[in-house]
Structure formats: C-alpha cells, structure tokens
Design a protein around this ligand. Sequence first.
Ligand code: F6R
Length: 246
Amino acid sequence: MKVLVVKNQKDADRQGVKIFRQAYKHGARTFGLATGGTPEGLYRELCQSDLDFRDCIAINLDEYVGLDGNHPQSYRYYMQSNLFNQKPFAETYLPDGMAPSAKVECTHYNWIIATNPIDLQILGIGQNGHIGFNEPGTPFTSTTHVVNLTSSTIKANSRYFKDESQVPTQALTQGIGNILQAKQILLMAFGPEKAQAVKEALTGKVTEDLPASVLQKHPHVTVLLDEAAAALLPSEWVAEHVQHIY
Ligand code: F6R
C-alpha cells in the first residue's frame, strides 16, 4: 500500500489526475468510479485535462434504490453532470435504482463487472469505514447487493437532500468482493471527519467491522490524503509508510 499525503484537497485532485494518466498510459481503459464529495475535485480536474475517455468504460460503485437517472440526487445524475457530459466514455454503467427486480439487477451488474474487469477503482471512505455502500459487518466476499443504509450514512448524505427524510433508505452497491477484483485501487480521503476511519482502515486490524480495512490485503492500493485526514496516523507509522508530496 502506497500512502501519499498532500497539503490540501486541491493538490490531491491534481495527484489523482496523475494516477489516472499513469494508469491510462499503462493500458487502463476500464475505470471504477465513486460519487460523493470526495471525487468532485478530481472529476473537475479530469474535465479540464487533455485525457480522452472515448475508448474507455466507466463502472460506478452504487446507486440509490428508487431514484431514476433524472433525479438530481441520483448517482447517475451526479456522474453525468460532474464527468460524463464533459468527458464522454464509450460505455458508462451504474446500478439501476429503478430496476423492477433488485435481484436480477444485482446479477446483471456482477456480470458487467466480470466481463469488464476494472483497471483502476476510485474509492471514498465513509466515517464508519464503509466503501461503496458496504456498511460495517458486510462480508468481504460480498458481491452486488441491496443495502439498508445506516442512520449515520443517511445523516451524512442528507446534506445533498432537502432534509433527512428525503434520503432513500436503500441502495444497490457493488460488494467488497467486486471491489477487491479491481487491478488497482485509489482511495481518497479529505478532512478531519475522515481521520479516525483512515487511521483504523490503514493501521488497525483487518475486520469486516471496518470495511475499508480490507484494502490492506489488496496488492495495488494507493491512498491519497490531505493533512487533516492523515492527522491521526501514528507518527512511527507515518515515518515508515507515508510519502509527503508538497
Ligand atoms: C459513493 C460511495 C461512498 C462514498 C463515501 C464517502 O459512490 O461509494 O462510499 O465514497 O460515503 O462520501 P463523501 O465523499 O461524500 O465523503
């Protein structure tokens, strides 16, 4: 695991573009993407870059159940407005939150991931250590499934909705087993509210109670943090594992 700490989110976004560029140069054409606040700046930088994704495939992690792609809070809408409209991809996939059968949709999404192996997966992390919508306790072997969102996740995501009652209570998400299949993973985390989860994920025990801790087991992970998100990492651990980029 490579851990890079930069001064602020802006520097991290630029660093993220470099990682995209490197991956593309080495043949990456299938990108696993996340939504939320964390990758917004990265997508902005990608939109302004000369990178061309017209021969690439994008496969997202998750989508709310019950929101269609025209709903401004759906992850399809987020991806279109933050990245795909400005930087078209050959194919883009998100789970279908309106699918009549969640079970069929999960099988279909697992098939999409299996037939288009992800070269570089972007991840954010929840304050409870979730990745995708895999909440604490999710088996590391899980594949695409429906989740009941925890109250802490609903609360965190309510900032995008009129109020907490508008936040869907379920989502479709790739499982941890799917995420681990990606050839390379880039986990990004910014701000003091992520510091505890980052510390536990990187330096704590690998446990299903802290989903992101499983990344310690993946052979090709880069973690990109700003100073605030890195603040609780023990100094001896930092000295041994962290590269500061200023
Ligand atoms: C979003 C996703 C989530 C977020 C996480 C952090 O597609 O999979 O795991 O990455 O909830 O969210 P933000 O970035 O909003 O802090």
